[in-house]
Design a protein around this ligand. Structure first.
Ligand SMILES: Nc1nc2c(ncn2[C@@H]2O[C@H](COP(=O)(O)OP(=O)(O)OP(=O)(O)O)[C@@H](O)[C@H]2O)c(=O)[nH]1
Length: 185
């Protein structure tokens, strides 16, 4: 029974042209698309192994968001975790993931959701507008992982999904005992 694959649903959100489709296509189909076609919506499926379990992961690649976009209900309900993507070469796309997370929390009524912050286009270091430290700081604030990636060079792309599955599983099965918790003697 425990060998049965578990189904998980992930939504990939962020501003336009930050590389959401490129990351998902690189991960699921192992190639990079240099041309830009704005996405309406695409769903991909991939099996991921994490801690000896198989996870059949449905990945929703969504249309680029701006501050006026309304979060669609199927981007928020029955989604187990979020990939929030910005481009390291775009300050406004970094600001946008904060707005998107607020919309998710508003919509779900939750205080926190499993997510990973992704700074894509790390190969464009020369055009960098968001520092690595800023990404890490935001992740600390949200208590979630952060990673810089390049869909173009296939750097850290698979790690996004491994780390998010880990966060989802941690949220679903919080440790019952804190090994390092101090006790008053
Ligand atoms: N240099 C570089 N370019 C990238 C990278 N990832 C994506 N791109 C380019 O950025 C452009 C936009 O990529 P997409 O993957 O279509 O972006 P998107 O976020 O899905 O865009 P929307 O569908 O409009 O939301 C394309 O020209 C890609 O080739 C990357 O890691 N490095």
């Amino acid at each position: 029974m425990s060998n049965q694959a578990k189904a998980r649903r992930i939504a990939v959100l962020g501003s336009r042209a930050v590389g959401k489709s490129s990351l998902v296509i690189q991960f699921c189909e192992n190639h990079f698309v240099d041309s830009y076609y704005p996405t309406i919506e695409n769903t991909f499926t991939k099996t991921i192994k994490y801690r000896g379990h198989e996870y059949v992961v449905e990945i929703m690649d969504t249309a680029g968001q701006d501050e006026y976009s309304i979060l669609s209900s199927h981007h928020a309900s029955s989604v187990n975790g979020y990939v929030l993507v910005y481009s390291i070469a775009s300050r406004s796309s970094f600001d946008m993931i904060k707005i998107i997370r607020d919309k998710i929390l508003d919509f779900t009524g939750l205080e926190t959701v499993p997510c990973i912050i992704v700074g894509n286009k790390s190969d464009l270091n020369i055009q960098r507008q968001v520092t690595l430290e800023e990404g890490k700081e935001l992740a600390q604030q949200w208590a979630c992982p952060h990673i810089e990636t390049s869909a173009k060079h296939n750097e850290n792309v698979a790690k996004i999904f491994d780390m998010l599955i880990a966060s989802i599983e941690k949220a679903n099965n919080p440790p019952s005992e804190e090994k390092n918790a101090c006790s008053v003697m």
